[in-house]
Structures are given as structure tokens and as C-alpha cells.
Ligand binder design. Structure first.
Ligand code: ADE
Length: 225
């Protein structure tokens, strides 16, 4: 699977793509992540990428032709083009799963006051990572790349770990413990030391449900009511 990130700030995103899970997955040939500087497609001697808004107002707007050229330069057959924007659809684990089956994802990361609105007609979808505003789409795109890449077969190494975790079954994950058994009076739940696998499974499911009810009732059917 291939990820292409279009940005005005390539240095902002390079390091996270080269380390840990994403770095390892690239070395293993399971994914490819490429960063492309939008300025390379800028206009004129100064490679201008933005201009003042029609209708007036503060700030600059990224030019649609420049961004479209950047997209066209990387898009292969079957590519999905994703515009990062706080006004997009909120990204969830279900999106991560759907996107992880595609051959190529292209992330368009805007800055300034945004990109000329005609870009919306030239991308496949618009995603937000949450109800807050970042200065650009770069960190948001990294979040999505990380969430998607770890679902690509082989990337996590241990396939069981992505099947078991929070959200994959619609619930928050149960708590994990390791040594020491007693840490400053906080003890590991007795059941986990019992060796009764079926009971441990039951306890874990109950913990998942209780945590979901307490912290994220919105994940339960009818909001947990
Ligand atoms: N760009 C700025 N804020 C963003 C957000 N919350 N999600 C995605 N892209 C963004």
C-alpha cells in the first residue's frame, strides 16, 4: 500500500514516517510513504502557491491549479485523494479499516486560510481528525496514515493485537497488567492470576463494557441509554 502526502512543509512529516511502526513497515516493503512538496508545482519565478482571496478578506488562499498539479503528479490507477480539513467528515476506526484495503492514499494538506474551494470537486473525500483546528493538515494526515498502516496485514507483526484492541469490536479495550503484582498497594486483579481462561475472557469483556459505558456511552447502541 502506498501513501503520498502533499504538503508545503515536508520536514514536518518526514521523521514520523521514518520511525517506529511506519519506518519498519516501509523497510519490510509492506507500505511506501512519500512526501511531496507542493511548492515544486508553484507558479512563476517564486513558485507562488497562494494568492489573495476573491471578495477580499485577510490571509491567503492556496491556488487550486497548483494543488491539482501536485495531485496529478502522484495519482496512479485506483488512488483515493483525501483532503485534510477541520470541516471534513470525522475520521474513525471504520474509515481506517476501509482505507486500509486501498492501493494508494493521497493526502492533501493545506495551510494558510485554506485551499481554493474548487479543490473539493477534485478530491474523493474530506476528513477531519476531530473537532479542533490545527494550523495545517500535516499532523492530521500522519494520524490517519498511522491508523491505516497498522491495519495492513503484516505491519503489526502480531495480527491478534489489532483484532483485540479498542474500537475494533465497538468497545474500549480491557485493561492490561504485568509485573509487579503489587505496586505501591495497587494489586493486579486476582482473576488474571487464576489461570481460568474462559473466566478471564468473561472478565475482560465485562471490563470493556463497563469502561465503554462510563467513558464513551456514545459507542453503545442508542448511546448506552
Ligand atoms: N486541518 C486543520 N485542522 C484539522 C483537523 N482537525 N482535521 C484534519 N485536518 C485539519
Amino acid at each position: 500500500m502506498r501513501f503520498d502526502l502533499l504538503t508545503l512543509h515536508p520536514e514536518l512529516v518526514r521523521s514520523p514516517l521514518e520511525h517506529s511502526i511506519l519506518g519498519r513497515a516501509q523497510k519490510a516493503g509492506l507500505i511506501q510513504a512519500q512526501v511531496h512538496e507542493i511548492r515544486a508545482f508553484g507558479r512563476g519565478r517564486y513558485r507562488q502557491v497562494d494568492d489573495s482571496p476573491y471578495g477580499g478578506g485577510a490571509g491567503m488562499v492556496m491556488r487550486v491549479d497548483v494543488v491539482h498539479d501536485a495531485i496529478k503528479s502522484v495519482a496512479a490507477e485506483g488512488a483515493r485523494v483525501i483532503l485534510m480539513s477541520p470541516g471534513g467528515v470525522r475520521f474513525t476506526q471504520a474509515h481506517a479499516k476501509r482505507l486500509s484495503a486501498l492501493p494508494q492514499l493521497i493526502f492533501v494538506c493545506g495551510h494558510y486560510e485554506g485551499i481554493d474551494a474548487r479543490i473539493e470537486q477534485l478530491v474523493d473525500e474530506e476528513l477531519s481528525i476531530g473537532d479542533y483546528v490545527l494550523t495545517g493538515g500535516e499532523l492530521a494526515a500522519l494520524v490517519i496514515i498511522e491508523a491505516v498502516a497498522r491495519l495492513v496485514p503484516g505491519v503489526l507483526g502480531n495480527e491478534a493485537s489489532s483484532a483485540d484492541e479498542s474500537f475494533s469490536n465497538g468497545l474500549i479495550e480491557y485493561p492490561h497488567y504485568t509485573r509487579p503484582r503489587d505496586y505501591e498497594g495497587m494489586e493486579v486483579p486476582e482473576i488474571l492470576l487464576s489461570g481460568h481462561h474462559a473466566e478471564i475472557e468473561r472478565w475482560r469483556l465485562a471490563q470493556s463494557k463497563a469502561r465503554t459505558r462510563a467513558r464513551r456511552p456514545d459507542l453503545l447502541p442508542e448511546g448506552g441509554k
